[in-house]
Design a protein. Structure first.
Length: 139
């Protein structure tokens, strides 16, 4: 994913970048019909980024933020796939360990599996490779 923005602040080598409305924003249904981008989920937001090596970036510069496409796939894996798998493991595992358990108890066990999976996924996202900031390059 590539987004254009303007550097608004630099503190300790970390850039704060305000995302600008891109060329394709006019056709996006995420914005209001008045095309003011007030309802847009990205335009106008501020993100933190790291400067690419060799770029002398200062406040007011236009930059391009780059987030690898694999970051979205990794996020889906950790925050969707893992909790769903843990639901089935907990649901079926309780049925195996306690053969007479009812569906209600197995469902509660499955929901607990989802909760553990979400906590695990959020922890991995915060502390792992997915916690890296996007890289900013001068435009």
């Amino acid at each position: 994913m590539r987004e254009l923005g303007i550097v608004t602040k630099i503190k300790e080598g970390i850039l704060t970048v305000r995302i600008a409305a891109a060329e394709g924003c006019s056709s996006c249904s995420g914005c209001s019909s008045s095309n003011t981008h007030n309802d847009c989920s990205i335009a106008g937001k501020e993100l933190q980024a790291d400067a690419a090596a060799g770029n002398d970036i200062s406040v007011g510069d236009r930059v391009e933020l780059y987030v690898p496409d694999s970051a979205g796939a990794a996020g889906a894996l950790w925050l969707i796939f893992v909790p769903i798998c843990l639901f089935f493991v907990a649901y079926l595992g309780l049925g195996y360990l306690i053969p007479g358990s009812g569906d209600g108890l197995k469902a509660i066990s499955g929901l607990a599996g989802i909760a553990v999976g979400l906590l695990f996924g959020a922890t991995v996202a915060k502390k792992g490779k997915m916690s890296h900031r996007p890289v900013a390059r001068l435009v």
